[in-house]
Design a protein around this ligand. Structure first.
Ligand code: SF4
Length: 210
C-alpha cells in the first residue's frame, strides 16, 4: 500500500482495517487483486491475501520500509518498497502463525507482540523482547550485518502509540531512550547504529525476499 492510501486509511482507523483484513485471510477470503484500483500496488503477479500488513509499522528496514514525513511533517512508516506481505509463501506463513492465537488476543495484543512474531518469521528466533524501558530493535536489525566501528554516531528513538508513530528523535546513547523503540539511522544502503556497545556503520541487507 502506498503512502497516500496509508494516510487515507489512517483517518479510518488503520489498525481496525488491518485486523479485519487479517481475519478475512484466516477465512480464506482473499483481498482485492485484479479488480482493485491499486493493483498491482507493488509488483505484477503479487499475492493480495493481505492488503494491510499486520506488522505495520514494523520499523525494520530490511524489507524496504523506512520513515518518511507526510505533507504535514508527521513521521510515518512507508512500506512503498516492501514486497514481503504480497509474497504468497510469506502470506501463508503469516496465516499459519497468527491463526494459532485466539482472535480476541490478536485484537488486544500490542505492537511488541506483532514485532516478536515478525522476528520469528524472518530470523527463526526472537532477538528482542518487551521489557522495562526501551525496545532495542537494533539488535535484530544489525545481528547479521557486516559492520565497522566508527568514532561517533546517533540512533533513532521512535515512540509508538496504538500502532502509530507519534515521534522520532535522534539520540546518542541507548540509555537516553524512554519507552521508545530503537532502530539504526539509515542513509542510502548504510545503517548507523550501536552494536555490542560501539557505534557502527553496517551494510544494509539487500531487501528480504522471502
Ligand atoms: S513488513 Fe513490509 S509491509 Fe509490513 S510493515 Fe514492514 S515494511 Fe511495511
Amino acid at each position: 500500500m502506498g503512502m497516500s492510501e496509508l494516510e487515507n486509511a489512517g483517518k479510518e482507523n488503520l489498525r481496525e482495517r488491518t485486523l479485519i483484513d487479517l481475519f478475512s485471510a484466516f477465512e480464506g477470503v482473499y483481498g482485492p487483486s485484479f479488480e482493485c484500483k491499486y493493483y498491482p500496488c507493488h509488483f505484477s503477479g503479487q499475492d493480495c491475501t493481505f492488503c494491510y500488513c499486520p506488522f505495520y509499522p514494523c520499523l525494520n528496514y530490511d524489507m524496504g520500509g523506512e520513515i518518511k514525513l507526510t505533507s504535514e511533517g508527521k513521521p510515518i512508516w512507508s512500506c512503498m518498497d516492501c514486497w514481503l506481505i504480497h509474497d504468497k509463501k510469506f502470506a501463508e506463513d503469516v496465516i499459519v502463525t497468527l491463526s494459532r492465537f485466539p482472535r480476541q488476543r490478536l485484537v488486544e495484543e500490542d505492537w511488541y507482540f506483532f514485532s516478536s512474531i515478525l522476528q520469528e518469521l524472518l530470523y527463526g528466533e526472537i532477538f528482542v523482547e518487551k521489557g522495562e524501558g526501551c525496545y532495542n530493535l537494533m539488535e535484530a536489525i544489525l545481528y547479521d550485518k557486516d559492520c565497522e566501528e566508527i568514532e561517533d554516531g546517533e540512533i533513532l528513538a521512535v515512540r509508538l502509540e496504538n500502532f502509530s508513530i507519534t515521534s522520532v528523535r535522534r539520540i546518542k546513547r541507548i540509555e537516553d531512550a524512554k519507552n521508545e523503540v530503537l532502530i539504526p539511522l539509515k542513509e542510502k544502503n548504510k545503517y548507523y547504529g550501536i552494536k555490542d556497545g560501539s557505534y557502527v556503520v553496517c551494510d544494509g541487507r539487500s531487501l528480504i525476499r522471502y
